[in-house]
Design a protein around this ligand. Sequence first.
Ligand code: ADP
Ligand code: MG
Length: 331
Amino acid sequence: DAAINRIAAGEVVERPASAVKELVENAIDAGATRIDVAIADGGKTLIRVTDNGCGIAPDQLPMALSRHATSKIDGSDLLNIHSFGFRGEALPSLGAVGKLTITSRAKGQDAATIRVTGGTTDPVKPAALNQGTVVELRDLFYATPARLKFMRTDRAESQAIGDVIKRLAMAEPWIGFTLRDVSGGSEGRVTFRADAASGDLFEALHTRLTRVMGPEFTTNALKIDAEREGITLTGYAALPTYSRGAAVAQFLFVNGRPVRDKLLTGALRGAYADFLSRDRHPAAALFLECEPDRVDVNVHPAKSEVRFREPGVARSLIVTAVRSALTEAGH
Ligand code: ADP
Ligand code: MG
């Protein structure tokens, strides 16, 4: 019910950027190749995510808003339920703390729309839409004003939203992303744009990382492509000459999703130990892939932490692969 949804919302939705993360992940899961995000006032008054993915059939719309009615777990996933996360929580939670409208059209179906305000759902209505889904979240936390107090400035919230989108964009180079700030009304201002990249994984990734991290990174980056005990590591790590005073340009992805973990900072420190002084931090974007049961990516629904079953394997894979790339490059 509405009270439970509001409590769950506190876990899933900490701030506008966490709402954006959930909505963009849904668009990715829906197989979209274009995802457009519009925000106003740091996402506090408006977050709108438009995708060209598979859409939702009219009779499925109420389902999408009910807790744990996810379409993404089948019986075979139950063993790995943790690796699939806190499923079926996002939309009901957002509907409990904001004014949520979902308009969607699935292939061969009519377009339809559903609205939920402060946990109260209106009936499904016909709508006009060509393809995909538009999720609009207005006035986040209007139903829980206490949480509004924890919001930072519009500028800080916009920045956090930009960071979330850039991280997801790094993991999905074949998807085109735009972020627009429509605070001033009308078309708004594009604050981030990355067109869908083409080519194989490394080509697409190189293009996308150039866009997100800048050409200074990619022109100084070494390709990483390694495997150990069933864990694969791909991505780019920068030459020691391209380093920073803080660990701000270190990005780790586990099974396609951005994570924040000290594992990477520690492993990179090990890999660059002979090449960098301790006050310099190397830049890298690395992608680990393994069987879902070897890593718990959902220690907490809103925090992108990971827990490896064998952290030593992941760590030494990164250290060895990056160090040997540096050695090969003549360092
Ligand atoms: P989860 O993503 O964990 O399944 P959500 O609450 O985020 O839970 O979404 C509920 C359901 O709504 C999804 O399982 C999916 O079926 C549907 N859905 C949500 N967003 C989209 C979207 N952009 N495109 C297609 N289906 C969507
Ligand atoms: Mg979801």
